[in-house]
Design a protein around this ligand. Structure first.
Ligand code: VNL
Length: 389
């Protein structure tokens, strides 16, 4: 009787101590981003957004300290994978996050699967990414969502003969394919599909070809950070004056660069999930706070993917009492989350682990002397069209 009492007391003391250790041990979030190289602006935007989220929501969740570990992969897939491995094995992170480009997310997917670590994709947007690991959850968007929206808008607005020009990798191929299919469904035509290299593209020869083809419109996908160069060359060649309308996914008129593109960008129509000009009270607050914390920098869609990704992680931590139950429990708590984002309502589809949200049609306009993507139409609660194939 007496010994069993002592044993039970000892056990409860031990349990109490281990729960103290648990609470003292911080929950680590690995955030892997391209902070250098061609996609450095994506890293900068997401880092700023993640820091803002933590500044606004505190660094203790469900009694557990949260620690953010930010690593630069330079946009190189082998680096992303190696860093992810180190973060899981050495730092014992509970979540991997970031992923500025599709190849970086795909390279890391096997590590998430093997280590059962939830992997929150905040930027990369090729449809198939969420299928690369059952531990992937996405808070960015997918290219088919935007391409389908534009494939409906363009023909209805008189753009029936269109040339596509995309970066030659995952998201570009998705944009090209889904735009073309939708155009055909609407009895319109993609008369030529051009693909430009992802690394250091020279758009000139491609644009010359477009000029010769004289389409009603040019549909473009280039990743965040490359839009300004394309816009400049499009305008320098007088293609707008030659009657070729520039349309695309919103990556082209990225809020990170848009205001420096000049008045030549006025009137460009794009489809996307986020605009800094989105007229909700929540977004106004977000844009203001982001600018204040970052020397006036305007948040773009990458920032929103990062901000919402942090929210998904924080909520999962709350619902698992600080991450109890490990990766499986965290993942389960991420699935099905629904909340208001600066972009509008957002939903993490529990089946696909992919983002469901509004896709807006926007036109570049001047407001208070600044260029913005002003939303004029919306397709509500759009799932990824790439998942139903
Ligand atoms: C991707 C898609 C990257 C859209 C982007 O910018 C973007 C990607 C860096 O999946 O690689 O705007």
């Amino acid at each position: 009787m007496k010994t069993s009492f002592i044993v039970r007391s000892l056990i409860s003391v031990l349990l109490f101590c281990s729960s103290l250790v648990w609470a003292e041990e911080s929950f680590k979030i690995g955030l892997i981003l391209p902070m250098t190289g061609q996609s450095a602006s994506t890293g900068k935007q997401i880092e700023a957004a993640a820091r803002l989220y933590m500044a606004q929501n505190g660094t203790t969740v469900a009694g557990r300290k949260v620690e953010l570990i930010i690593k630069d992969d330079g946009g190189i897939p082998d680096a992303t994978k190696r860093i992810a491995q180190e973060l899981v094995v050495n730092d014992k992170v509970g979540v991997l996050s970031g992923f500025g480009l599709t190849p970086l997310a795909l390279a890391t997917a096997p590590i998430a699967t093997q280590s059962k670590t939830p992997m929150v994709v905040m930027a990369a947007a090729t449809s198939s990414i969420t299928e690369a690991s059952p531990f992937i959850v996405r808070t960015s968007f997918t290219l088919p969502q935007c391409a389908v929206a534009m494939g409906d808008w363009a023909p209805k607005n008189g753009f029936k003969r269109v040339v596509t020009l995309v970066s030659d990798y995952g998201p570009g191929i998705d944009a090209e394919r889904f735009f073309k299919e939708r155009m055909q469904l609407n009895s319109a035509q993609v008369i030529e599909s051009l693909r430009v290299p992802l690394r250091n593209p020279d758009f000139a020869p491609f644009l010359q070809k477009v000029r010769d083809l004289k389409p009603d419109a040019l549909f473009v996908f280039v990743p965040s950070g490359a839009g300004a160069a394309l816009m400049k060359q499009f305008l320098e060649r007088g293609m707008d004056k030659a009657g070729i309308k520039l349309i695309g996914t919103g990556d082209l008129t990225d809020d990170d660069q848009l205001n420096d593109m000049g008045d030549g960008a006025l009137g460009v129509v794009t489809s996307h999930h986020y605009s800094a000009a989105h007229p909700s009270a929540l977004n106004k607050k977000f844009v203001e706070a982001f600018k204040k914390a970052n020397n006036g920098l305007r948040p773009n869609f990458m920032a929103v993917g990062g901000y919402d990704g942090m929210r998904v992680i924080y909520e999962a931590l709350k619902n698992t009492k600080g991450g109890q139950g490990g990766g499986d429990a965290l993942l389960a708590a991420m699935k099905g989350q629904i909340f208001e984002s600066p972009r509008g309502q957002i939903f993490i589809d529990a089946q696909t682990r992919d983002v469901v949200h509004n896709i807006y049609l926007r036109k570049v306009e001047k407001k208070d002397g600044q260029l913005y993507n002003v939303e004029f139409d919306v397709i509500k609660d759009m799932k990824d069209p790439g998942k139903t194939k």
